[in-house]
Design a protein around this ligand. Structure first.
Ligand code: SF4
Length: 397
C-alpha cells in the first residue's frame, strides 16, 4: 500500500493494515441465533425483506431494537458471553410469549420472568466460559460477571441495562400513536438526526430519549457501526449516513492496540497524554502505568494540524460526513485521525477498522505482558513488538 500523500506514513500503513484484517474477519452479533430472526435471512445468510412486517413492527425495526439492547449490554468484559446471554434470554422470553421487542412494555409487565431468565442463563454461561476467560485475562474464574459495573444485583442490571434501551421505543410509541409511525418508531427517530455520528451522540444525550449513563460513547458508536456497516439497516443514502458517517467505537481493546503499535504517540507526546489523564502513573495492575484510552476523546493533535493533507481530509470528514461542524475545523481530534486516513484512502471503512481492532485486541493483544505478538497479523507494523517493548510491558488498560 502506498500512501497518496504524507498523512503520517507510519500511521497510514498501520491503519490500513488493521482495517484489512477487519475486512477479512468481521465481528458482529450473530442475529441468526435469535429464533425470531431466523426467517429474516436468505439461504446465503443475508438479511432480506427488511421492510416486511413481522407482527406490529417491520423487520428492520425489530433488529434495531434488539441491537440497541445488545449495544448497551456489550460494555461488559466478555463480548461473546454477553451476546450469548442476550440471544438465549431473548429466545427463552419469546418461547414464553414475552414478546418484548414487539411490545417493550411486556418486559416490565413480566419482569419476574425476565429476571429469572437473565439469572439462570448468566449462571449457565459462567459455568462454560469463566475458566477460559480467566486464563486468557490472567484473572480468577470467580470474577466472571456479565452484569455491568461489577454489580451482583440482577434487578439493577435488568432494569438499568435492559430496561432503559427497551424504554426508548416504548416512549417513542407513547408519544406518537400514528399507525405508520408505530411499526418503525425507533428507525424513524434515529434517522431524524443529520448524521449517524449525531444520532450516536443523541442516543446518549437527548433530554427525553437519551440513555444517559446506561450507554457509553463506545457503545453508542458501536450501535452506529452495526446500523450502517455490519447490518446496513439505515434507509438513508446520503454521505452522512454512509460508511464514513460515525466515529470508530474506541474501547480499551482498541485503545491498547493503538497504544502498543505506537499510533497514539505519533500524534501527541507522553507528557500530553499524562496531562490529559490518559496515562495514570503507577496506577495499573502490578504498579504499571494505567491507560484510560477513552480520555483521548476530544483531545487535539498539534502535529496533525501541520499535516496539510490530513487536515483537509479531516475537515471534509467533519463537515460532510459526521456533520459535527458547519465550517472546516482548525484543530484535529485524535480519535478521528484514523477515519480521516481511511476516508483519504477510500479502500476501507471505519467499520472495517473497528472489526480489525476488535479481532486483534481480543485474540492476540491481551492486557498482560505476554500478548501473542508472533501470531498477530499486524506485528510487522507494531512499534511495541518491533522496537519499543515498553509500550507493551509498561502499561495496562
Ligand atoms: S504485535 Fe503484539 S503488541 Fe503489537 S498489536 Fe500485535 S499482539 Fe499487540
Amino acid at each position: 500500500m502506498t500512501p497518496k500523500n504524507n498523512l503520517g506514513n507510519e500511521s497510514y500503513h498501520l491503519i490500513l493494515a488493521i482495517a484489512q484484517v477487519g475486512r477479512q474477519f468481521p465481528l458482529k452479533p450473530s442475529l441468526q441465533d435469535v429464533e425470531i430472526f431466523q426467517h429474516y435471512f436468505d439461504p446465503l445468510g443475508n438479511l432480506t425483506d427488511l421492510d416486511k412486517r413481522d407482527g406490529n413492527c417491520s423487520r428492520r425495526e425489530l433488529l434495531l431494537r434488539y441491537l440497541l439492547v445488545n449495544a448497551v449490554l456489550d460494555q461488559g468484559p466478555d463480548t461473546e458471553g454477553v451476546r450469548t446471554l442476550l440471544t438465549r434470554v431473548t429466545n427463552e422470553l419469546y418461547r414464553q410469549e414475552v414478546r418484548f421487542l414487539h411490545r417493550p412494555a411486556d418486559f416490565f409487565k413480566e419482569l419476574g420472568i425476565a429476571v429469572d431468565q437473565i439469572n439462570s442463563v448468566h449462571e449457565a454461561i459462567k459455568k462454560v466460559r469463566a475458566v477460559d476467560w480467566a486464563k486468557t485475562n490472567q484473572s480468577r474464574p470467580s470474577r466472571y460477571n456479565l452484569f455491568l459495573d461489577n454489580t451482583r444485583q440482577v434487578l439493577n442490571y435488568a432494569i438499568f441495562r435492559w430496561g432503559t434501551p427497551l424504554a426508548v421505543p416504548l416512549l417513542l410509541i407513547r408519544d406518537n400513536q400514528e399507525e405508520d409511525w408505530v411499526h418503525t418508531a425507533l428507525l424513524r427517530y434515529l434517522e431524524t438526526w443529520p448524521s449517524a455520528e449525531q444520532m450516536s451522540q443523541q442516543l446518549k444525550d437527548h433530554p427525553r430519549y437519551g440513555l444517559g449513563k446506561a450507554i457509553g460513547d463506545k457503545a453508542a458508536h458501536l450501535y452506529a457501526k452495526w446500523m450502517n456497516h455490519s447490518y446496513a439497516l439505515s434507509t438513508r443514502t446520503d454521505l452522512a449516513w454512509g460508511p464514513y458517517s460515525f466515529e470508530v467505537p474506541f474501547d480499551s481493546n482498541a485503545g491498547r492496540v493503538l497504544w502498543r503499535t505506537g499510533f497514539f504517540l505519533q500524534w501527541a507526546s507522553l507528557d500530553e497524554y499524562a496531562r490529559w489523564k490518559v496515562i495514570y502513573k503507577g496506577q495499573g495492575k502490578g504498579g504499571l502505568d494505567y491507560l484510560r484510552i477513552t480520555n483521548i476523546r476530544g483531545k487535539s493533535s498539534v502535529r496533525a494540524q501541520a499535516e496539510r493533507s490530513l487536515l483537509q481530509a479531516y475537515q471534509d470528514l467533519c463537515v460532510n460526513y459526521l456533520k459535527t461542524h458547519h465550517r472546516a475545523p482548525k484543530t484535529v481530534e485524535i480519535q478521528r485521525i484514523p477515519i480521516a486516513i481511511l476516508l483519504d484512502n477510500g479502500q476501507y471503512t471505519p467499520g472495517d477498522l473497528d472489526d480489525g481492532l476488535m479481532y486483534i485486541g481480543t485474540r492476540f493483544c491481551f492486557n498482560h505482558d505476554a500478548p501473542l505478538c508472533n501470531q498477530c497479523p499486524i506485528s510487522n507494523h507494531c512499534c511495541g513488538h518491533q522496537s519499543d517493548a515498553k509500550l507493551i510491558r509498561g502499561y495496562r488498560t
